[in-house]
Write a protein that binds this ligand. Structure first.
Ligand code: ATP
Ligand code: MG
Length: 318
């Protein structure tokens, strides 16, 4: 789709999952993995599988976990030239277990992993020199090194006349991390397309109702807001109006990655100038395929998968 080049930056990790609901990490238990993961990695994998020209600025260790991630992204069509392989530092990891109430708990090694050591390398600079659009995952802004890379990329792409999208992808507790709120506010101020999920819409607004928050963001120069609503689909806000689009019916197997895949679907359609309803339809289809598959990247669909889902649902949403 389209001739524009989409770039993102941030963490690459392997995810290792407990197999039993209610399992703890306080005694031995069975685990499955490693799976390729990391929110910006899932996002860019989905974009590549939709045929978008795209690349990622990241770092992995010189180990199998790094190699498996790079191989996966390359196979999907991502430009991996700006993914550094750092000797002597491990690739990031995330161990996840599931509580009986559906909640998830993690043991992470990300800030101290290769992902905490990303930098604007010559390869990253070369990739950014070709970029028409940069996507920021708020959850990636966990360390000053990543914040510096992201802010530099946003400046570079905006200076070239490009556009920026921003998915906060964050929970309120993360706002207390040193520098996190400032970094998120700075990205928000320069984004063209804001993609919050649920209550994330209100993270940076005084208004705590949907219409009021959207108006406030619009006054601050954010042209387009797309609100993700899980099983209720998504809503697009722009000064030209409000467009809602229902979710595709799907059996939820693993919600990990739904928001990331949705974002990629939306941005790719938006970059080729598709109207709001079509952008939402593609995005909701990407989100639905993601929740229907187990494993963080297992649900990234190709253009053919997305078209098949849309065709199978006929008039849904139109
Ligand atoms: P994540 O947990 O990955 O951060 P998110 O909170 O950013 O996700 P959600 O609103 O949960 O975003 O999901 C993103 C999109 O995925 C939704 O807008 C919808 O299109 C699709 N989606 C999510 N859950 C479902 C579901 N149960 N059924 C159908 N579609 C879904
Ligand atoms: Mg999210």
């Amino acid at each position: 789709t389209g001739s524009k080049t989409l770039v993102t930056a941030g963490e690459i990790v392997v995810e290792i999952m407990a197999t039993e609901v209610g399992q703890t990490f306080m005694e031995p238990g069975s685990l499955v993995g490693p799976f390729p993961s990391g929110a910006p990695a899932i996002f860019i994998d989905q974009a590549a599988r939709l045929g978008q020209r795209c690349g990622m600025i990241a770092a992995v260790g010189d180990d199998d976990f790094g190699a498996l991630n790079v191989r996966r992204l390359e196979l999907s069509g991502v430009d991996v030239s700006a993914i550094a392989r750092l000797p002597g530092i491990p690739t990031g990891t995330a161990f996840v277990r599931y509580a009986a109430d559906g909640g998830r708990a993690f043991v992470y090694n990300i800030p101290l992993s290769a992902s905490g050591h990303i930098a604007t390398t010559p390869e990253a600079t070369a990739l950014l020199a070709r970029a028409d659009h940069f996507h920021v995952m708020g959850s990636s802004l966990f360390s000053p090194a990543v914040v510096a890379v992201v802010e530099d990329a946003v400046r570079t792409v905006k200076a070239r006349g490009g556009t920026v999208s921003f998915d906060p992808n964050i929970r309120r507790e993360m706002l207390d991390l040193a520098g996190m709120r400032e970094a998120l506010s700075s990205v928000l101020a320069s984004c063209d397309l804001f993609l919050p999920s649920g209550a994330e819409l209100f993270l940076f607004t005084r208004a705590q109702d949907e219409a009021g928050a959207v108006a406030e963001l619009s006054d601050r120069g954010i042209a387009t807001v797309v609100l993700k609503k899980g099983a209720e689909g998504a809503v697009h806000y722009h000064r030209d109006g409000r467009t809602a689009f229902p979710a595709f019916p799907v059996r939820e197997i693993d919600p990990t990655g739904a928001g990331d895949c949705f974002g990629a679907g939306f941005v790719c359609a938006w970059l080729r100038g598709a109207p709001p309803a079509e952008c939402l339809q593609v995005a909701n289809a990407c989100g639905a395929l993601a929740v229907g598959a187990k494993g963080p990247m297992a649900g990234t669909g190709t253009l053919a998968d997305i078209r098949a889902l849309i065709a199978a649902n006929g008039e849904a949403g139109s």
